[in-house]
Design a protein around this ligand. Structure first.
Ligand code: AMP
Length: 301
């Protein structure tokens, strides 16, 4: 089964209480693809400028990630983001956000990708997410992520997008902002009223909450990790593990969604153990499965 992702490719500068990682590889589509590739082949669609210092073909060497949808756009500039984490490692401030190529037209979906059945619209401008989705013929399951800056600056496009997707994956502050509601259960319900069949709310080290239109609710704590080095990309890796597992299983029933949440949870737990992709690039599928079983033991009673 085919899983297509589009989102950002970023030059990140990240500051945590454990150090600074300057101009490292980041971006929502990058973290997502690496994480999802432990489960299923990934079709990557994204755009950078000629200033991009990273060779994505090298980064994804040996992974099942098809970079046919990677565009290097002349006369443009790569997206840049910088964030600083507070001591709790859950909250961060954005130091700067340079949209650059993300403020332009979306990359083109290669013809060979247009039959993709599973689609993840990782964090990028909602207008680009919509234009990208238009290029897919008959998707079966579409999930999307968004964030505060898009909710604040691009709400009309975001609302159109919500009518077109099956599942929104969003963090708790963003869910409250989008729903104009402090209580997360009510916020989840308000967002379901905007269109998606399921809303998956990420709560940092407190885990995640699934609300769906059939009334189903599911909660799962985060996998406990002793050395959190850099939480950047945890949300995208969570989404990658989640979508990757659904594609591997080729099912989206409630039981599979719950298992996929557990896989997303443990995949993200590796990302936060290092800067950039370091936490993911040193593990294999067996490591993920071992934590999946450990999480199952820790949460059953
Ligand atoms: P996460 O920690 O899962 O929210 O993902 C952080 C990654 O998303 C970083 O590597 C950034 O490059 C990227 N990012 C941050 N802000 C945005 C944005 N507004 N749009 C797209 N990608 C972003």
């Amino acid at each position: 089964m085919s899983l297509l992702v589009t989102g950002s490719i970023g030059i990140d500068t990240v500051k945590t209480p454990f150090g600074v990682s300057e101009n490292c590889l980041g971006g929502s589509a990058v973290y997502f693809s690496y994480a999802a590739s432990f489960f299923a082949p990934v079709r990557f669609v994204g755009v950078v400028g000629p200033d991009c210092p990273f060779k994505l073909a090298e980064v994804f060497k040996g992974r099942n990630v098809d970079l046919a949808g990677l565009e290097v756009r002349e006369k443009s500039k790569t997206f840049r983001w910088s964030g600083t984490y507070l001591d709790d490692m859950d909250n961060r401030t954005t130091d700067y956000l340079e949209l650059n190529v993300l403020a332009e037209a979306p990359p083109k979906v290669p013809a060979a990708f247009s039959d993709s059945k599973y689609v993840f619209l990782a964090n990028t401008a909602p207008k680009l997410q919509l234009e990208l989705l238009e290029q897919i013929k008959q998707p079966q399951f579409v999930a999307a992520d968004t964030m505060n800056c898009w909710i604040e600056s691009n709400l009309s496009h975001l609302k159109l997008l919500l009518k077109r997707i099956d599942c929104l994956i969003i963090n708790e502050d963003e869910a409250r902002l989008l729903a104009c509601e402090k209580n997360l259960i009510k916020a989840g319900k308000n967002i379901l009223d905007m269109g998606p069949k399921a809303v998956l709310i990420k709560k940092g080290h407190a885990g995640s909450l699934l609300c769906s239109t059939n009334g189903e609710q599911f909660i799962l704590p985060a996998f406990p990790v002793e050395n959190v080095i850099d939480p950047t990309g945890a949300g995208d890796s969570f989404a990658g593990g989640f979508m990757g597992y659904l594609v591997q299983k080729h099912k989206t029933d409630v039981k599979s969604l719950k298992e996929a949440i557990a896989y997303g949870t443990v995949t993200a737990s590796f990302t936060i153990e290092g800067f950039s992709l370091n936490g993911l690039s040193t593990i294999n599928r067996a490591d993920i499965d071992a934590r999946f079983e450990a999480l199952r033991k820790m949460t059953s009673f």
